[in-house]
Structures are given as structure tokens and as C-alpha cells.
Design a protein around this ligand. Structure first.
Ligand SMILES: CC(=O)N[C@H]1[C@@H](OP(=O)(O)O)O[C@H](CO)[C@@H](O)[C@@H]1O
Ligand SMILES: [Mg+2]
Length: 543
């Protein structure tokens, strides 16, 4: 049997830690790095099968645990267009990784090849990268062993941001076609972004210095590298990169980064926030972005994914109108249940755009956004992007302009479609997008805050339960369908508050439930969250 001997020989070097059950979750396999060596080896086997299944197109693997602590790591698979792994294959990944012995692993590898009509003699290609975590080094060695054992062509891109790896997968698979996504190199990524940024800015002035907190992760060195591609005689973009210490792994995501800012709802203590200055934070693998500033009197103010999404939808909607394409192109926004209700109202009532709600996890949002010609999607935590359909891009490029203003709008739309990462949420690309929009509108962060909407007070709570998987949801996770009676109890409590909304769901990344509540005042939101949490704890015990 093909590859049997080589897999049997190399899998011995990568033993599973006994007593663990692994599941390909929202973010692939993610856990303490010491458990991941054999998991990563096995993911390599699966990626080779996936590539062979898809006629040898390149599959990506990213080794990262994003905003988790430095001791964790993770491994996730990227499909040929730079998208997340197809869901049916997540199950296959889970099966293969949980094989109980080397013999069972080899058997299942062949079984999967047979079931999915995969020719193990055909070519396969896998490209991969990792974030700055020290454990990434040994994990990519495990991965390479699996690729060598299965005679898979491999390209090791070493240290990258997650969105850069997604870019490279798409660039690799579209090279030499009319849909070529860009040069197949990290440099190609920087050049594409720098060029599109200048074209989208159209000489507009950026409104002051931006301090970028890079969570002491891979975003720091990569952002600094990118800035070298912006020639200072063409654009004045004054960026100060902070929290960019990648030499001390223990400080990764520690008291800084986008997840810290979003969950703690405050600025990182270091560097000390200065009122009036402009800040943003990336997460550990640079796919999330949150902006913020401090008002001299009212204090901290955050621009999360909902605000970035509504800013982008509003700006792109105006450009589409100005380009005379309003009746041709369907623009929509995709959110999850965690989006602040005030943002949803602003988008539907003020921007008059449709909003779809999907379950948590960007793969769901990405998929839903593809239904539109222009689909804007963001999770409240700052992960998201804007997708343009081939039809929309053709319209931007081929509509004959009737006036200089219309031409300008069309050109800006083309530039945005190059600037915005079409494969996945990308903090660096999203940051450039926000800067372009603020420059066009001539808005400070204070203008952005006051000219849009006011968030409804809200509370997100983590609730420990014995078995979170007992909590099952429907209606894009907004309602519990199991345990029976729990949703009715939640409805009864919510009905006691004005402008209120609350829901509970099992986390996809932690062994806990999350409760989210919104209400007219902070006190009521907190009280409602507390009461719903008690319901979850009560039902969690009864099971
Ligand atoms: C409320 C919340 O922020 N949930 C996060 C979190 O998912 P949970 O399934 O809630 O654990 O991690 C996901 C992966 O990073 C991210 O997509 C999602 O937004
Ligand atoms: Mg991330």
C-alpha cells in the first residue's frame, strides 16, 4: 500500500499524548503546545490527501494559537482559494487525528483515500507557515515528516501572519490564470497592499499618527516590513509600532493585543494611553483589529468589528452609488449574534443594507458573505473582511464612466478590491482600509464615534458547566433548543427588561458556555447577564 512503510516509520517519532480526544474546532486543533506534535503530523497526512483530492492544488497549513497564551499552539488547514477547510473535511481531520494506534492511522489513511477516490500516486502540494511561538519550530518539523512520508511537495514559508499564509495559498493556486491573486511571495503581498493603499487613498491626507499595538506577536515584524514598501514621498503614514517584542515569548498577548482590548474594554497599560491619540491593536497572528482612543473627559472608547464593518459598508455603499452601480450590485453585511444591536439597527435603518446573522466562527460569516456581490463581514472581536464577487470586480473595471467623479469612484472600488484581503480577515489590510476611509471622510476617531451610533450597554459572561455540549442552539445560536425549558426561562427574564436581548451558547473553543446580554442601561445588562447565567448553571447541573 502506498506510503504505508514511510508513514509507519515516521509516525513513531510523533507519539500521541494518551488520554486526550481531539476535535477540529472553530480554529482547527488548538491547545497546549506539548499535546500537538503528533496532531500536527497527522494533520499533515490529511492535508496531503486533501491536495490529492483537489488535483494537486496547494493546501495551506498555519501553525498558530492566535490570541491564546504563549504556551498554546494550534494547527489549521487552508483550502485552495485561501478559505477555511471545508466542513466535511473537518470531520475527517478529527477522525484521522484520533486514530488510536499507528496501525489504525495507516489503515484509516488508506480508507479515506479509498472512500474519497484519491489516487495516492498523484501529485500533492502543501505550503505552511507559523507565528512567533517557539513551539512552532518543532511542530513544523512534525508536519514536514508527514509530507515527506506521503511524497508531498512542500514549501515552508517560516514565520508569517495567518492572513499572509492565506494570501500565499490563493496566489499559488491562481498563478498564471486571469484570476491571479498576486505574486507568490511575502514580498508580493506587501507590494500588492502598498500599491492598492496608495491608489485607494488618492492623495487624501491621513489624520495623524497611529500607534499600533502588535500583541508582541508576528504582526510587529510584518507590519514594520510592510511599511518599507510605502515610499515616504508618496504617502505620509506616520505609524508607531508598539508591543512588538517577539524575542520574549512569555509576553505574547500579555496585557495587550486586540483580544485584551475587546474583552477588557480598556487600552493596554503599556504604552500608557495618551488622550486624543489614535491607537489600534492586532492579535497574536494579526487577523483581528480593534481601534480605540481615550477622550480627555469621557475616557476609553473602542471601535470593534461592528464599527469597522459599518464604516466599511457605509463607505463602499457610497462609492457604489457614486459609481452608478446601486441597482446592479447587491451589498450586504454579515454579523453574529454578538454584534451590538445598535450596529444592526444602524446598518439596516440608516445605511438601508440587509444584515444576515450566522453562527459564531468566521467560516460561517465568510460563506454567507459570498451570497452578495459585496459582502461585508466582521465578528464583534475585530475579525473580518469585505468580499467582492467576480461580477462586482468586472463592473468596477468595465463600466464606462460618464463623469470624472464616477471614474474616481470606480477606480477607488478597484483599489479597495485589491487592498482588502479576499481570503480571510487580515488586521494589516483592514487597518489600511480604515485609514483610507477616515482619510476620505476627513474624520478623526472622535468624528467616527459621534457620527455613527451609540452602542447598547452589554455584558459577555463565561459560565462553567459540566458538559457544555449539552447546550444546543438554533436560529444562528440565538436560541437554545436543548436542554428543554431553558430557552423559555431565558425568554421570561428577557421580557422583564426594556430594549433587551440575551442568549446563551456553548463555546466552540473552550469548555464553557457564553452568555451575552444587552439592555437599555449598563446595570440592567449586567443584571440580565447574571440572571441568564444562573439559568444556565441550573440547567447544567440537572443534566
Ligand atoms: C464571543 C467570541 O468572541 N467568540 C469567539 C471564540 O469563539 P467561541 O466559540 O465563542 O469560543 O473564538 C472564535 C475563534 O477565534 C471566534 O471566532 C469567536 O468570535
Ligand atoms: Mg487571530
Amino acid at each position: 500500500m502506498e506510503h504505508a512503510d514511510s508513514i509507519r516509520a515516521s509516525t513513531k517519532e510523533h507519539n500521541m499524548v494518551p488520554g486526550h480526544v481531539y476535535r477540529y474546532g472553530t480554529a482547527g486543533f488548538r491547545m497546549s503546545a506539548d499535546l500537538l506534535d503528533a496532531v500536527t503530523y497527522r494533520v499533515g497526512l490529511l492535508a496531503s490527501l486533501r491536495s490529492r483530492k483537489l488535483s494537486g492544488r496547494a493546501i495551506g497549513i498555519m501553525i498558530t494559537a492566535s490570541h491564546n497564551p504563549a504556551v498554546d499552539n494550534g494547527v489549521k488547514i487552508v483550502d485552495p482559494q485561501g478559505e477555511m477547510l471545508e466542513q466535511d473535511w473537518e470531520k475527517l481531520a478529527t477522525q484521522l487525528v484520533n486514530s488510536r494506534s499507528d496501525g489504525e492511522l495507516v489503515e484509516l489513511y488508506h480508507q479515506l483515500a479509498k472512500d474519497h477516490k484519491i489516487d495516492l500516486k498523484s501529485p500533492a502540494k502543501v505550503i505552511y507557515g507559523r507565528d512567533t511561538r517557539p513551539s512552532g519550530h518543532t511542530l513544523v518539523a512534525a508536519l514536514a515528516d508527514a509530507l515527506v512520508a506521503t511524497k508531498t511537495e512542500l514549501v515552508d514559508y517560516k514565520i508569517l501572519t495567518t492572513p499572509q499564509l492565506h494570501y500565499l495559498v490563493r496566489a499559488t493556486n491562481t498563478a498564471g490564470t486571469p484570476l491571479s491573486y498576486g505574486k507568490i511571495s511575502e514580498v508580493g503581498y506587501y507590494e500588492k497592499l502598498a500599491d492598492a493603499f496608495l491608489r485607494a487613498l488618492r492623495g487624501k491626507k491621513i489624520n495623524g499618527r497611529l500607534l499600533v499595538d502588535c500583541a508582541n506577536g508576528v504582526g510587529g515584524p510584518k507590519l514594520k516590513e510592510f511599511l518599507k514598501y510605502l515610499s515616504s514621498d508618496r504617502v505620509a503614514f506616520d505609524v508607531t509600532v508598539v508591543n512588538d517584542d517577539v524575542l520574549r515569548p512569555e509576553v505574547l498577548n500579555l496585557d495587550c493585543g486586540a483580544d485584551f482590548v475587546k474583552t477588557r474594554q480598556k487600552a493596554p497599560p503599556s504604552p500608557k494611553p495618551v488622550p486624543g491619540k489614535r491607537y489600534c491593536s492586532l492579535d497574536g497572528d494579526a487577523d483581528r483589529l480593534i481601534y480605540y482612543w481615550t477622550h480627555p473627559e469621557t475616557g476609553f472608547f473602542m471601535f470593534d468589528g461592528d464599527r469597522i464593518s459599518s464604516l466599511a459598508a457605509s463607505f463602499i455603499g457610497d462609492l457604489v452609488n457614486g459609481a452608478g452601480l446601486r441597482d446592479d450590485l447587491r451589498i450586504g453585511v454579515v454579523q453574529t449574534a454578538y454584534a451590538n444591536g445598535a450596529s444592526t439597527n444602524y446598518i439596516t435603518q440608516h445605511l438601508k443594507l440587509p444584515v444576515l446573522c450566522t453562527p459564531t466562527g468566521v467560516k460561517h460569516l465568510h460563506h454567507a458573505a459570498q451570497q452578495f456581490d459585496i459582502g461585508v463581514y466582521f465578528e464583534a472581536n475585530g475579525h473580518g473582511t469585505v468580499l467582492f464577487s467576480p461580477y462586482a470586480i468586472k463592473a468596477f473595471k468595465e463600466t464606462p464612466p460618464q463623469s470624472p467623479a464616477q471614474k474616481e469612484n470606480l477606480d477607488t472600488l478597484v483599489a479597495l478590491s485589491d487592498l482588502i484581503n479576499q481570503t480571510v480577515g487580515d488586521a494589516i489590510s483592514d487597518m489600511l482600509l480604515v485609514e483610507v476611509i477616515l482619510a476620505h471622510k476627513n474624520w478623526s476617531l472622535q468624528d467616527w464615534a459621534t457620527m455613527t451610533y451609540t452602542d447598547l450597554p452589554n455584558r459577555l459572561v463565561r459560565v462553567e458547566v459540566d458538559d457544555k455540549d449539552e447546550f444546543q442552539t438554533t436560529d444562528a445560536e440565538r436560541r437554545l433548543c436543548y436542554p428543554e425549558g431553558a430557552q423559555r426561562d431565558i425568554d421570561d427574564v428577557v421580557a422583564k427588561y426594556k430594549n433587551a436581548r440575551a442568549f446563551a451558547r456553548a463555546s466552540g473553543t473552550e469548555n464553557a458556555c457564553r452568555v451575552y446580554a444587552e439592555a437599555a442601561t449598563r446595570i440592567e445588562a449586567a443584571e440580565l447577564a447574571e440572571r441568564v447565567s444562573r439559568i444556565i448553571i441550573r440547567y447544567g447541573r440537572n443534566l
